[in-house]
Ligand binder design. Sequence first.
Ligand code: SAM
Length: 514
Amino acid sequence: MRQTTTAPRNNKLKPSSNLIMNGSVRVRVIRTLLAIQNGQSLSSVLDPLLNSLHDGDKGFAHALLLTTLRQWYALSRLLDTLADNPIDEVEVRTTIQVGLVQLLYLEVADHAAIHETVEAAKEIEFAHATGLINAILRKVAKNPNKFRKKCNKNHSLPNWLAYQLKQDWSEQYNELTQGLRQSAPMFLRVNTAVTSVDDYQQELYGAEIDTDLVELTSGFNLPHSSDTATLSTQALRLHQSTAVSALPQFAEGAVSVQDMHAQLAAPIIHKALINKIGKDKNVTDLHILDACAAPGGKLAHWLELINSAEHSPLFHVKQDNAEVTAPTSKIKLTAIDNEAPRIERIYDNLDRLNLKQENLEQAEKNVELEIVCADATRWQGAGKKDTSEAVFDAILLDSPCTATGVIRRHPDISILRAEEDVEQTAVLQADILHNLWPQLKVGGYLLYVTCSILKQENALQMQDFISHHDDAVAVEFTEDCNWGIAQTIGRQCLPIDGISGDGFYYALLHKAAE
Ligand SMILES: C[S@@+](CC[C@H](N)C(=O)[O-])C[C@H]1O[C@@H](n2cnc3c(N)ncnc32)[C@H](O)[C@@H]1O
């Protein structure tokens, strides 16, 4: 039988969303958790929390907050077994869970964990519950191994999400749900227009930052041909996460932080675009689209590839060491997103990476960059209202999604998302696809990407789309791909262990003549 979600029981949660940052570290973490349960995202409350603290307290606060969020539902279920009577006050539940994390997951001495957590309860005016908080934490402190085992036994997700993952990934279910409770590794994307991956890895080594080189190979069968396109992408995985300020030449744009599976998007659509040009020798102007582009991670990667002679024969084609006229005289890259504040972050990222319009001109690349704040369910690239015109040679659609594939990095998602969001998100994705598809030229490619691990947003979404569009052909990924799991359409990456990338889904569509 399908279960409904348990925690959070926010019937007693005060509607205030103003985050008051005073009191002890634990008090501030508890208030931050209450704000998240009130609907605020982790990314909006993390900086106010950390900025309110002395440097010496930031690490502990960060670990306490993130670990509590990652173990939230498991702790909540454990708590239900520890109290004689149901505990309904959300502030009390939150305070106890913060205490439990210290005892079970962080190496905080028992007496400090219990005393400081009880003091925190007094500070946030829950003195009436201090006896209960004290009793529960003492009980757990007597036998932490037993309670840790109990807490770790099952998933730490809301029941609706665990149920759906069981439906979608029965074989991988245990690994996947345990994987989602862990922290995610940090990956880097080296800007190959500036330096090579090998050289940058050496530079990191010199700065005592150890990394593994991750080589991702992709292959897909070219439509109307027996040929296969293969490409390889290199990412660096840090052995230990570090502040970006410690990364050599970060401010100068030599490197970006980007998950290894997110680094597949730009190379795949770029390779598909090159293939399209190869087919159509008369192309002189290309118009390509990054729909849903903010904050610009994949957009910047695409521009880096366009800028890099190694990856981009768009401007420089060498044959037998002789420079041959470039096949493409101009590329217009349009990027859209419907959230103005997030678009500001595109400008910041391009600025740091020296990929703004003036930088592209200085590099003598005939690339026109256009950034537009618009709703992708309605926006028309040709500018004509309500009339779709096929103007794009390639479209990267990094679609809005439930972001269930990045829960390790944003553990607040499991608290903030509700079951009904999946259906709503799938409708939004279908609307965006429906609006963009007619704007793709015949022979063009659309790469559909999500960071969701739910089939409804991924393979099922694609199946539904193709069944309604006779001119949409799913391009088959080949066995060369050393990432993801083959789906009816596309491939799905799952975050199943401490070294894997995030839960991305990829499907490449080709537009055939109707
Ligand atoms: C997965 S994020 C994109 C991440 C980005 N491609 C990157 O690599 O940095 C999805 C984006 O879709 C945008 N979005 C959501 N609904 C939209 C809509 N109707 N039209 C345009 N953009 C939308 C969100 O603002 C968000 O920035």
